[in-house]
Write a protein that binds this ligand. Sequence first.
Ligand code: DX5
Ligand code: ZN
Length: 226
Amino acid sequence: MTTPQVKIAPSILTADWGHLADQIREAEAGGADYMHLDVMDGTFVPNITFGPLVIKAVDQMTDLPLDVHLMVAEPSRYLENFRDAGADILTVHAEACTHLHSTVQQITRLGCRAGVAINPATSIDALREIAPFVDMVLIMSVNPGFGGQRFIETATSKLRRMRYMLDELNPTCDLQVDGGVGPANIGDVVDSGANVIVAGSAVYNDRASIAENIAALRAGYANVQA
Ligand code: DX5
Ligand code: ZN
């Protein structure tokens, strides 16, 4: 198994939105690799968050790459808007795209890195045909829609099986995990092959500073890579 460098992607869903710019700068100063931005449309998922306007504002707050997770029905309608707003990675859900291959092509043509996500109940088999064409696969370890949910334990074996498939079909592809990841289980997900780790409530909480929380995540997988 290839173990590329692990990247931490804080999700701002549980950030203090009254001080969003400070919260994002603190994550950058604390060693975050990406900012993970959760776009929800109230149709594909039972929650509504924000769109390109907020992405554009965040782009002005940080130099970090923007990892935009589109929990949106038929996202092909909006990809150009998100690219123009500053998205570097655009991840769409396999379940939300009627023509997934065409949507992935569209993302690549726009000059963004293309990610495809699957929900907890979707088999990795749904990704076999698209895997050679993507830059990142996202395995959801909670049902998308809200931060602060409990990690679904079967996601670790799913990550392992997905990494195995990618090693065959697209060895340089990133493998991202999103939902319920913290210092206690980050070692397991990294050991299972995830190399881009989304963390919302484990980074933005009132228990410690953002930098301390990112450091705790790094410490959580340190012995896995050794
Ligand atoms: C859930 C979102 C996640 C969420 C993660 O639908 O996609 O990115 O913000 O939050 P935590 O890490 O708290 O589960
Ligand atoms: Zn997300």
